[in-house]
Design a protein around this ligand. Structure first.
Ligand code: PGA
Length: 256
């Protein structure tokens, strides 16, 4: 945790979820309540097909709804793509950019991720910019070099604590059940914080840095308690309302 920073617990549904899954969104929207929601923000990023209905279901709840990717331009001849403006039009308030599955499966570069974050700013949406090393990079002791490069290339100069969230997601921890030790997470998040403060000053101090990769109810308390971990980006465990709410609820004790 970081003093005076409101944590964010975010779910990334990836390419999962049909209309039948809207019950889970409903349950999460009902489960996210005050007083905890005043201290900790909750967000679900369903697939684009469910975005509009999901925001409608969450209108009376503090639960925020976001998208998983956006195109770098506002509109045009880009078959199959979704723009940040369209996400905002569906009342989405966040968009994930630069997730490793996009970087790897769609060959997205730091430069492109930066342009996508800028598109999000233009649409008044907060960008969750993902960074993280692969297993090979980790084995070669390149983690911090990779993160430095990704941060400097993917973050626009206009990034602020308000419009940007960083998600540190070691690629080898995503969907594998493996997680770094709390000590490793502490070292990496401290490094990211230093980089952010160096470049953005006070804004960098307030930017939220989420941890992502195999977060589940059983390890949430330990990971969320680490210095400079300001929340989580959760894949698999966010698909079930009970699991997502259990992770979110870990803050009841952490903030008590
Ligand atoms: P996971 O995915 O929680 O299923 O490991 C995390 C992510 O990719 O955001």
């Amino acid at each position: 945790m970081t003093p005076d920073v409101r944590p964010l617990v975010a779910g990334n549904w990836k390419m999962n979820g049909t209309r039948a899954s809207l019950d889970q969104i409903k349950a999460i929207a009902q489960g996210v309540r005050t007083p905890l929601s005043e201290k900790v923000e909750a967000l679900i990023c369903p697939p684009a097909t469910l975005l509009y209905v999901a925001t409608a279901l969450a209108t009376d709840s503090p639960l925020a709804i976001g998208a998983q990717d956006c195109h770098q331009t506002q509109s045009g001849a880009h078959t199959g793509d979704v723009s940040a403006e369209m996400i905002a039009d569906c009342y989405g308030t966040y968009v994930i950019v630069g997730h490793s599955e996009r970087r790897i499966n769609h060959a997205e570069t730091d430069h492109l991720v930066r342009a996508k974050a800028q598109a999000a700013y233009q649409a008044d949406i907060t960008a969750i910019i993902c960074v993280g090393e692969t297993a090979d990079e980790r084995d070669a002791y390149q983690t911090l070099d990779i993160l430095k490069r990704q941060l400097s290339g993917s973050l626009p100069d206009e990034a602020t604590a308000e419009n940007t969230v960083i998600a540190y997601e070691p690629v080898w921890a995503i969907g594998t059940g493996l997680t770094p030790t709390a000590q490793d997470v502490e070292i990496v998040h401290a490094f990211i914080r230093d980089e952010l403060v160096l470049r953005f000053g006070k804004e960098g101090r307030g930017m939220r840095i989420l941890y992502g990769g195999s977060v589940k109810p059983s390890n949430a308390s330990e990971l969320l308690a680490v210095d400079n971990v300001d929340g989580a980006l959760i894949g698999g465990a966010s698909l079930k309302a009970t699991d997502f709410l259990a992770i979110y609820g870990a803050y009841e004790t952490l903030l008590a």
